[in-house]
Design a protein around this ligand. Structure first.
Ligand SMILES: [Zn+2]
Length: 280
């Protein structure tokens, strides 16, 4: 979707949300994002989001090969478990999977279902770089950014969706939208980029998570600069289509560094940059 059309759609969504906002808030349709405490429109029940997330994850791992690299798979699991331990979501059924594909992508579905593609690992360089990607993706799930975007769509397309529900096409559509919303690969066509606000929020939450998990947060701005330069070299990784990396992102992360360094200082264990992903 072109940015202009997207911005018009967002404005329309906001107008609709404005009109229905009070009703939605009164019936529990709002929530507060973790860390930033931003108010979010949330019309989708979390239970439904978790069920769809689990289904979408099963579908992904049954259609994509698991990595044959035991050492790297264990690293993904280790980094993921450390982030999960500081996420305050013990109720999630966390799973971390390294997928044996050169696609440059990563995602976390609601409920803590995390997939990393081998293709993104060279950009990560070390465990801390991997922690940047994983904590950022986990942050999108913790803040329910996919559910928020679906709620905004519901507010705009409410009447249409109710009509579709009546003819029974809605459940399958919803899983497809959720997969697009959480950046699960291009099987269903164009991925939905996160909004700028959601991206900044995931950066903030993610930075705090990696610091609390014991990884050096100063690695994050460098990672995004490195990742952004791939685009300049003519590559367009899938991950970049949903998470545009630009100079503003790195600059915003630097502003959050004091807070994350304090959290890092208080981490139970410190791993610094951890192990190199690929030995020389
Ligand atoms: Zn993102």
């Amino acid at each position: 979707m072109n940015p202009k059309k997207q911005s018009i759609n967002r404005r329309t969504a906001l107008k609709t949300i404005g009109a229905t906002g009070l009703g939605a808030c009164l019936c529990g349709g709002c929530r507060t994002a973790p860390v930033t405490k931003r108010r979010q429109l949330m019309l989708m029940p979390e239970g439904q989001e978790l069920a769809l997330g689990s289904e979408a994850y099963q579908e992904t791992i049954s259609s994509e090969p698991a990595s044959q690299n035991t050492r790297l798979s264990q690293m993904v699991n280790r980094v993921g478990q450390r982030i999960a331990a500081v996420s305050n979501r013990n109720d999630y059924q966390w799973e971390f999977r390294l997928i044996g594909s050169q696609t440059q992508n990563a995602f976390c579905l609601p409920g803590g279902k995390v997939a990393i593609y081998e293709g993104i690992l060279p950009v990560c360089q070390d465990e801390a770089g991997l922690a940047v990607v994983m904590s950022h993706e986990i942050a999108h799930a913790l803040a329910r950014h996919g559910g928020e975007r679906m709620s905004q769509n519901m507010a705009v397309n409410g009447v249409k969706m109710v009509a579709e529900k009546l003819v029974g096409t809605y459940a399958a559509d919803k899983k497809e939208i959720l997969m697009k919303a959480y950046g699960v690969g291009s099987k269903y066509g164009v991925l939905l980029p996160y909004s700028r606000r959601q991206e900044s929020e995931a950066d903030h939450i993610g930075l705090n998570l990696m610091a609390q998990a014991g990884y050096d947060p100063t690695v994050a701005p460098d990672f995004w600069t490195r990742f952004g330069s791939l685009k300049a070299e003519g590559q367009q990784p899938e991950f970049l289509s949903t998470h545009p990396a630009d100079q503003r992102r790195a600059a915003d992360l630097l502003k959050l560094m004091d807070e994350s360094k304090t959290l890092y200082a208080g981490a139970k264990q410190k791993f610094g940059r951890g192990e190199e992903l690929f030995r020389a």
